[in-house]
Design a protein around this ligand. Sequence first.
Ligand SMILES: C[S@@+](CC[C@H](N)C(=O)[O-])C[C@H]1O[C@@H](n2cnc3c(N)ncnc32)[C@H](O)[C@@H]1O
Length: 252
Amino acid sequence: MTLSNGALRRRIEELGPWFHNMNLGGIETAPDHFLGNYPYEKWRKFAHAIPADLRGKSVLDIGCNAGFYSIQMKQRGADRVLGIDFDEVYLAQARFAAEVANVEIEFRRLSVYDIGRLGQRFHIVLFMGVFYHLRHPLLALDLVREHVMGDLLVFQSMHRGSDKVLELDEDHPFSCRELFNQPGFPKLHFIEHRYAQDPTNWWIPNRAGVEAMLRSAGFQIAAHPEEEVYICRPTGSRGGRAVYPTRGRFSD
Ligand SMILES: C[S@@+](CC[C@H](N)C(=O)[O-])C[C@H]1O[C@@H](n2cnc3c(N)ncnc32)[C@H](O)[C@@H]1O
């Protein structure tokens, strides 16, 4: 893409506001991001945990936003990258960013709840920064496991509360109450109104909660390279299996 500096700046402004701070032709899209240079600063802490050479691999980026991670995957040589998001404003940013970066990526409007419609699995699935924005987080995780999961899940969630993780028995007697007050017991904190002025934050897990829910949905945690990031592989068991959409056409 050959745009003058002024035209590039205008287009970036027209497409804003941006959540991803991307460097497009020398211009930053969100230089005043409340998390700093985001998501670059996060990415550099776990980039080593994903294969550097993705030739021959397919990647699905769920909740791709402006495509920062989709572009990273394509630049590592992935054969096919599909970014999905339910927000057209972000998808327009992603298409523009990919054009400026000169990489071929498909971006499609699709909710995570509808990924069964894709009817295919991907070697690598990115599910970053979406979990706590969902009213039905475990359903989404079950759907990812059931419909699109290939080899590797790259998962990220904000978490709040304790960082402790309790070793738990598989069952507890009905009289066992105190356990629920232990900081390391798996928990989701429900946000009725807003958190950080964002009404789309619904359930914020503690660390034990993230890990237990990943296992429950049929994932084994292979690495935890950054505070909020987990690299997972599907286990033989499918956990709870998704209850929606009904099993059938797209599940095997
Ligand atoms: C905090 S941003 C994370 C963006 C990116 N994955 C990252 O880690 O930087 C959350 C993104 O998830 C998208 N999103 C939220 N709910 C979604 C849903 N049900 N289906 C698809 N995308 C969703 C939002 O539009 C937004 O782009």
